[in-house]
Design a protein. Structure first.
Length: 241
């Protein structure tokens, strides 16, 4: 019913009836009646998922790679169940901040061990995950470097399994220092003057149409190349329909 308000609704799930949030407006995905599968907003709740660490810096509260695993594993994941609901579209947004970002593809791999610096959204089990969208964090804009975003000088092109399904920005114009760049909100399209990395493409919102319907659960991974790489989100929403 297109006249119903956004809010919590009961659905018939694979195991038992489940209560989920449905967005009945068109601001999220351009259509009404989409199920929200993932939600994080530190302005509403300052509690982060178990696998992530809460960072409070310069008045910002955000969730990022777990502080206890920064030196031992490149990614920390959170799984969001689809409750068995079949869908053929995935849309959403992520907004966050970067810490001393080293680059987009300095050490790029995927599936069980591969990652990009930033936040990556996939679907399916961890041993056969399929890429949906990546919010990547590049090194800087001013100097040519292979760790830059693909749109920046010397930046490495995105791998084939990512294709054009990504947003990539850098938090600083010049060589980054070891600090959180809370003065620059990532993936909002507010690039530094002279950068070619922020076209008018609807960011931070993405919308992906799948080749065929699925009921895969969604995995969100916060990844970095080294112990000093971190990207944390203050808001995250993912919808399916």
């Amino acid at each position: 019913n297109n006249h119903c308000p956004s809010g919590l609704y009961w659905i018939s799930a694979k195991s038992s009836p489940q209560q989920v949030y449905c967005d009945m407006d068109t601001t999220a995905c351009g259509v009404r009646g989409v199920m929200r599968i993932a939600y994080l907003d530190t302005s509403v709740s300052d509690t982060c998922p178990t696998n992530l660490t809460k960072y409070e810096v310069n008045g910002k509260t955000m969730c990022g790679r777990h502080s206890s695993t920064l030196s031992t594993q490149p990614c920390d994941s959170v799984y969001y169940p689809s409750e068995g609901v079949e869908y053929s579209h995935i849309c959403g947004r992520a907004v966050g901040y970067a810490y001393a970002t080293r680059g987009w593809t300095c050490a790029f791999a995927f599936y069980s061990t591969k990652y990009a610096t930033g936040v990556t959204i996939t679907r399916g089990p961890s041993d056969s995950r399929t890429h949906v969208w990546t919010y990547a964090s590049g090194w800087q804009y001013a100097q040519s470097n292979g760790c830059n975003c693909p749109c920046a000088p010397g930046g490495t092109a995105s791998p084939s399994f990512v294709g054009n399904n990504y947003f990539c920005e850098s938090a600083t114009k010049y060589r980054p220092q070891n600090q959180w760049y809370t003065n620059y909100t990532m993936w909002q399209g507010n690039c530094y003057e002279g950068s070619n990395c922020c076209p008018d493409d609807g960011r931070p919102w993405f919308n992906v149409t799948l080749d065929s319907p699925t009921s895969h659960d969604i995995e969100v991974r916060w990844c970095g190349i080294s112990v000093i790489d971190n990207t944390a989100t203050e808001s995250l929403e993912i919808f399916v329909y």
